[in-house]
Design a protein around this ligand. Structure first.
Ligand code: SF4
Ligand code: SF4
Length: 444
């Protein structure tokens, strides 16, 4: 009996490369009428999805076709920003003659890549509050995931793509073995162009400060933004939750701009960050009455890094209340705000989309705009550390022991068939030299 696509990509360890690393086989097992490959890539300076499409458009197109067939869809779409006209034309050529497959040209706004925005733009449907695209018959994957799906029958996932940009000597998009230290990715982009620098892992908007550059790349790594230590964005990212809440309590004047420009609010979801900020004025039990207004926040950070005139952090405060709800195992599904309400897009939404150029200007990143071409030469790090937990679900358990020789692509850790998760594979040839919450492989 032929192996299903879902089983092939489970064995190959394919996860969503653009977010929390949700195992891709789950989406490939669903039934849907539309598949979207999300190529919006609106994190400023990051361009790995564009580079993957520029070099491997036929593979991404094949990944889309495989998904369309697997879920029984009638329509498959690669969603690219209209401003990348050459890329859209290239993708169109890769899809030519394939029934039901097409390019959708997106407006250039942040966050056009948010699943809720994208499903609305491409399919004209609104995901139920707190729900998933599949509930409206749509499956969404990102470009790298589609590329990995196309290659899954030939090779497991052993490399990851990322852009290294900002204050570096040679901005680059890199394809590196999973487990390569962040510091080596930085070196491959020529190193920092300033003496005192900080690194934002995952992007300027949704990324975090990387405290330890010896940490390994994972299947979900997307990019490193290097900035001078004194850059305002670094200062904002360095603030901890107590400082954010203290500033929010004393300086928020309830102007509501954070809410008025919030992409989720504008789509009609019950997200109102100014009300979560209002909650900071209250003690814990009363504060909880305001917290649900942050539960459906996507953590895009537009309110924190663009909208708020006082430079407060309503997006981070919303992220905090979401984390609190999860820690209390309440999830937010029990909130009156998330139960049954039909979202209705705000009539002014089309005029409140924030252009990415304006966002870059506000973030102080315009001067770092540069092409980051894909480095073609393969790179073999001397040592990799492959984290056992780098996807949503159960961590993988090692199936190798210290001292064992392994080859690139060989299974090194697995999950039980009934667990949510995927196996992991050696990303270089070598020998297992340590096992902790990672499998360390040393070359030679
Ligand atoms: S935009 Fe800033 S000051 Fe205005 S309500 Fe939101 S957090 Fe408060
Ligand atoms: S981070 Fe702010 S702007 Fe983004 S969804 Fe959350 S509340 Fe809205």
């Amino acid at each position: 009996m032929a192996t299903s696509l879902a089983e092939t990509i489970r064995r190959a360890g394919v996860v969503g490369a653009g977010g929390a690393g949700f195992p891709a086989y789950v989406k490939a097992s669903a039934r849907a009428d539309t598949v979207i490959i999300n190529a919006a890539e609106c994190e400023p300076l990051l361009q790995k999805d564009r580079e993957i499409l520029a070099h491997f458009a036929p593979d991404v197109a094949r990944g889309l076709r495989l998904l369309v067939e697997a879920v029984g869809a009638k329509r498959g779409v690669i969603a690219v920003k209209a401003k990348h006209a050459d890329l859209a034309a290239l993708v169109e050529r890769a899809l030519a003659g394939q029934s039901g497959l097409s390019v959708h040209r997106l407006d250039d706004y942040y966050p056009a890549g948010d699943e809720f925005c994208q499903v609305f733009e491409v399919a004209g449907r609104l995901i139920p509050p707190g729900g998933l695209p599949i509930q409206v018959g749509v499956v969404v994957n990102n470009v790298e995931t589609a590329y990995n799906i196309a290659r899954a029958s030939a090779s497991p996932v052993v490399d990851t793509f990322l852009t290294v940009a900002g204050a570096v000597k040679s901005p680059r998009t890199l394809r590196l073995p999973i487990g390569t230290p962040l510091s080596q990715a930085l070196d491959l982009a020529g190193g920092a162009a300033v003496k005192d620098f900080a690194v934002l892992e995952g992007g300027a908007m949704m990324g975090r400060l990387a405290e330890d550059l010896s940490r390994p790349l994972t299947k979900t790594s997307a990019g490193l933004i290097v900035l001078p230590k004194e850059h305002p964005l670094v200062r904002r990212k360095a603030a901890g939750r107590p400082a954010r809440e203290r500033r929010g309590r004393s300086a928020c004047d309830q102007c509501c701009l954070c809410t008025e420009l919030c992409p989720r609010y504008l789509l009609g979801y019950p997200v109102q960050p100014h009300k979560v900020m209002r909650g900071l004025l209250f003690a814990a039990p009363e504060r909880r009455a305001w917290s649900p207004w942050g539960l459906l926040c996507s953590e895009c950070k537009l309110c924190s890094l663009f909208s708020c005139p006082e430079e407060l952090d309503p997006g981070d405060v919303c992220a905090g209340v979401k984390a609190d709800f999860c820690a209390q195992a309440r999830g937010g599904k029990d909130s009156p705000l998330t139960a049954g309400a039909e979202p209705r897009p705000h009539p002014v939404r089309p005029w409140r989309k924030i252009p990415t150029a304006q966002l870059k200007e506000r973030l102080g990143l315009t001067r770092y705009e540069a092409e980051a071409p894909l480095r073609q030469e393969p790179y073999a790090p001397p040592v990799v550390r492959i984290l056992l937990k780098q996807h949503a679900g159960a961590p993988a358990r090692p199936v190798v022991s210290v001292g064992r020789p392994v080859h690139r692509g060989e299974l090194i850790a697995d999950v039980a068939p009934d667990e949510l998760g995927v196996p992991l594979h050696a990303s270089i040839d070598g020998r297992v030299t340590a096992i902790e919450d990672f499998v360390e492989i040393s070359a030679g």
